[in-house]
Design a protein around this ligand. Structure first.
Ligand SMILES: Cc1ncc(COP(=O)(O)O)c(C=O)c1O
Length: 362
């Protein structure tokens, strides 16, 4: 059977490595001689426990996570974190600082406001979220400083984390650039990511939490909203998202085989570089949304001269097997998501298509 895999530029759920899908397919009917798939067995079985432990160990190795950090596999999507973070890490009466760089950090700040004192330490709104703010007005007494390392919709990425005042914990939504490059986890008190961009299917959120933060959580939190439960029970307090965790585990093996996060970073820089080059060399036909210093390596956002050309671009791209290029409905334009699993070959096909489209319509 010949495979007709799409050039997949979806923003999430997004492309997964072919090898990972094939391995899942091969193991679907009989996982390691058990006579059943991983999603048909107890999450208390020794096979499942071995799998989740190995997934965590591989992630710790790839990210160099110190022993005083917990790794949690959670449900509720990255969006539930918007509520859990202030509930757990902002003590009653205290205020928390947020940097707003686009849709996702705005959603986080709105949720935090519902629950207590919240300050915006900086916002990119004035420049239509095309860059990370140059200066911060941080509160030295803030419970934490929150930011989003990659705004998936606007295509704006931080390449160096913002610096909170001394003693203020840094919290990050890394949903759309998690494990796309190395990061120094010791700079963060808490970092989380939905899996469905770079590391697996939807359904699981990975949280990496410095243990001392757990002491802040009030005693009366609902059990499923309490990081203490999740951390103490090693993500097995209740039935976890078994299949999603298994797939994340396979992606960890794939990342290790490819040479880890340094190798992945080089690959991602090369891929995004090709598309940004095509934008820059188009003489203004394609216009990138993000300022060059903050151009996301994961979500490349750009516009064409008119909306009708944008529609035409998306529909002709689709006919050429280039899928998922329409920008988010809230901002319009085009967006090419070039996550870890998107192959160079797909990016080359996109660039060629962009050049041809301009030749015909420019
Ligand atoms: C940066 C970022 N944060 C949070 C979310 C919300 O994730 P979920 O749909 O898993 O709640 C998304 C979704 O695309 C995202 O890109």
């Amino acid at each position: 059977m010949t495979l007709n895999r799409a050039h997949n530029f979806n923003a999430g759920p997004a492309a997964l490595p072919l090898e990972v899908l094939q391995r899942a397919q091969a193991e679907m009917l009989d996982y390691k001689g058990t006579g059943m798939s991983i999603i048909e067995m107890s999450h208390r079985s020794k096979e499942f426990e071995a799998m989740i432990n190995e997934t965590e160990a591989d992630m710790r190795e790839l990210l160099n996570i110190p022993a005083n950090y917990k790794v949690m596999f959670m449900q509720g999507g990255a969006s539930l974190q918007f509520s859990m973070i202030p509930m757990s890490f902002r003590p009653s009466g205290a205020s928390a600082d947020y940097i707003v760089t686009g849709t996702w950090s705005k959603k986080a700040v709105d949720e935090a406001k519902k629950l207590g004192n919240t300050r915006v330490a900086a916002s990119g709104k004035e420049t239509n979220f095309d860059r990370t703010p140059a200066s911060l007005e941080t509160d030295p007494n803030a419970a934490y400083l929150y930011y989003c390392s990659n705004e998936t919709i606007h295509g704006v990425e931080y390449f160096e984390e913002p610096t909170p005042p001394a003693g203020v914990p840094l919290i990050c939504d890394a949903s759309s650039d998690f494990m796309s490059r190395p990061l120094d986890i010791t700079k963060y008190a808490y970092l989380y990511a939905g899996a469905q961009k770079n590391v697996g299917p939807a359904g699981v959120v990975i949280g990496i939490l410095r243990e001392d933060l757990l002491e802040r959580a009030p005693a009366n939190l609902p059990v499923m909203l309490d990081y203490k439960t999740l951390a103490a029970e090693k993500s097995l307090y209740n039935t976890p998202p078994c299949f999603s965790i298994y797939m994340v585990g396979l992606v960890m093996k794939w990342l290790k085989n490819l040479g880890g996060l340094n190798a992945m970073q080089t690959r991602n820089q090369q891929k995004a570089g090709l598309v940004y080059n095509a934008i820059d060399q188009s003489g203004g036909f394609y216009k990138g949304h993000a300022q060059p210093a903050n151009r996301s390596l994961m979500n490349i956002t750009f516009r064409l001269p008119t909306e009708s050309l944008e529609d035409q671009f998306a529909s002709e791209a689709k006919k050429n097997n280039l899928i998922g290029l329409k920008g988010h409905r809230s901002v319009g334009g085009m967006r090419a998501s070039t996550y870890n699993a998107v192959e160079m070959e797909s990016v080359q096909a996109l660039v060629q298509f962009m050049q041809e489209f301009q030749r015909k319509n420019g």
